[in-house]
Design a protein around this ligand. Structure first.
Ligand SMILES: [Cu+2]
Length: 314
């Protein structure tokens, strides 16, 4: 879909939400009073202005909610939601050796799900991270016809881990994020959250972060990649984008939905140095950001700590 068409579709979606909010207001009173809030239009305009808001990730316009202050859903804290459940085959994993990490996603009928709508070239994205935000891995398991997923996983250290699965069952249009805990036995030395920083280095690359996270909005972030002081302008497409950004909330590792702005080959998205994203930020506070980007045929991850500010109410 081209941008004007998408904006038109999104506007139509907003209209439906607004009408729905009025209806709720009339029916139940205080719950719907947000629809009459004179600031309502101003608050929703932040989402309105973003060309990709609510599209790339398959969000429906209902995410904006009926309330005037945008109420970003918190995701990635539940092992089961909307009838879908993440079932790990084992709650433990070894350290220092590649071992198969296996699981199923069961659907509302209790059976393993076997029909998924690919998102960013994959049916399912798996994120593994230690509870202290270290040891991040973003991998892509393979599924057998019965719905069992597996991926070789090598953990670098012992500790309490969290795993996220991000996928779109084919009877839905929006992605689901289910999460579960597992543990790797051994001596565990938890690390403090690294300090807030706008630069990160990975091997001989430096990545800088521009833009600010703001609670309750789609926040625009641009991450710029340089190598040896020179901007990198030949990033390689990786999973249908020049970069993939995962953002986790410090404290509980809630999982933010992040949408890239543009995609390789769309005629407007450059292959670096900047990669732009819109992050759906639920609350103020600290977040850990992980950028996967590919250059010279290697995928690397740059990590940042960033603080989301409170939403300004004018
Ligand atoms: Cu992925």
């Amino acid at each position: 879909m081209n941008t004007p068409t998408r904006l038109a579709v999104f506007a139509a979606g907003l209209a439906v939400v607004f009408v729905g909010a009025v209806g709720v207001g009339n029916a139940v009173g205080p719950v719907g009073t947000a629809a009459a809030d004179p600031h309502g239009g101003g608050h929703s305009s932040a989402a309105d202005a973003e060309p990709d808001a609510g599209h790339e990730g398959g969000h429906d316009a209902g995410d904006a909610g009926p309330s005037a202050a945008r109420d970003t859903p918190v995701t990635g804290l539940s092992v089961s939601t909307d009838g879908y459940t993440l079932q790990l085959e084992s709650a433990t994993a070894p350290v220092g050796t590649a071992a198969p990490f296996a699981f199923t996603i069961t659907g509302p009928d209790g059976q393993p799900v076997t029909d998924f709508t690919p998102e960013h070239d994959k049916e399912l994205h798996l994120i593994v991270v230690r509870r202290d935000t270290t040891g991040f891995q973003h991998v892509h398991p393979t599924r057998d016809p019965a719905g069992r997923w597996s991926v070789p996983l090598t953990l670098g250290s012992a500790g309490a881990y969290k795993v996220f699965t991000d996928f779109v069952p084919d009877d839905r249009t929006d992605s689901l994020t289910l999460a579960a805990d597992f543990a790797a036995a051994g001596s565990y030395e938890p690390q403090p959250l690294p300090a807030v920083s706008r630069t990160a280095t990975v091997e001989d690359y430096t990545v800088t972060l521009d833009g600010d996270l703001t609670a309750g909005t789609l926040s625009e972030l641009t991450l710029s990649v340089s190598r040896g002081g020179q901007p990198v302008t030949d990033l390689q497409p990786y999973l249908a984008a020049y970069g993939h950004l995962v953002a986790l909330r410090a404290g509980d590792l809630a999982y933010l939905h992040v949408h890239p702005d543009g995609k390789p080959g769309d005629g407007r998205t450059a292959a670096g140095p900047g990669i732009t994203f819109y992050a759906d930020v639920p609350t103020a506070g600290d977040y850990r950001l992980y950028l996967d980007f590919q250059h010279d045929n290697v995928v690397r991850t740059a990590e940042f700590t960033a603080t989301a500010g409170k939403q300004e109410r004018s």
